[in-house]
Design a binder for this molecule. Sequence first.
Ligand SMILES: [Mn+2]
Length: 371
Amino acid sequence: MAQNGTNNQARLEKLYEIIRGKRKILIVTHNHPDPDALAAAFALKYLLQTKWKVASIIAASGVVGRAENRAMIRHLKIDLRALSEINLNNFSVIALVDTQPGAGNNSLPRSVIPDIVIDHHVPIRARTRLAQYYDIRTDYGSTSTILAEYLRDAGITEVDRRVATALLYGVRSDTRDLGRGVSEKDINACMYFYDRVLFRLLSQIEHPEVPRDYLSMLERAISSARLYKDVVILDLGRVEHLEIIAEMADLIVRTEGVKWVLSAGEFVGDVYFSLRTKKRRGSADRIAQQMVAGLGTGGGHEMLAGGKVSAGGMPHHSPEELTEILAARFLKAVKRRDSRAENLLAYSRGAAAPGKPEAGETPVEEKKQGS
Ligand SMILES: [Mn+2]
């Protein structure tokens, strides 16, 4: 299907055909929603209400644990409901955003084919094509970008300031401040409503107070890290909230000399993981799918990906065994199976592998010339 923004008008008309005359729409996003998921759902709700006077509610499963995401919901007053408390029969139209049917990261029952699917993840799921309306743009850095284009092309210029703020945060959060897996469309989307963004509020969202146990959580995560040449594996064990797995992957991949990070942890009996790489064409999405083959679901983008495998499947594996399988498959995929494991903290303290310069080392000559 065409992926450019120029046919957004036609898309909006198609969207209207589906929702016209409907009383209430259910917007579902992925479990443990992140800023892009929340912003996309929030913007779709706003679009439906403002453009077509159709009410909707936003629902997801799981918990929002990360301090930034909680702050986003609180400050922007996003009314997020628990999907488990929703009677799906009360809704004649169901929309799925930032996820797809069969992606494994949303809790829409398998028997329910959503009417609307808007997402940017690879792969495009077979069941997505059963939806009346789907718009999957795998070359986009965020689903928020798609919604920003919809709002622009719907002619809504004075967009609600909380919606504008949410969208900017959604785009920035999924693209690591417009630097990772970003397209020109994502950058443009940030401009549409820039003068509507509540920047002081956005700053409060991005720099919230963190819970007291946050630092001990960081310590535990970092001390578990193993380095295989330039690849890091973090086994976080049981985690209190899911987002810490991705958050740690984002933090550790910034380490000098590190090219790949696999961060894995157990949450309510399942093993979740995040992959990050510095390589622009890292095929993280493909590797994630290889890792979960026969065990679960995975996907994402070139530089970041993730997935979930369930304990208690057949054959039966404990969470520890699943984590080991994932780590082994990952090391094989990035060709580090034969590398010796080091402690990341030892590396960080300067015990660099032979032949490698010390982290942060600068040749003496350069230092002399420097100011
Ligand atoms: Mn997203």
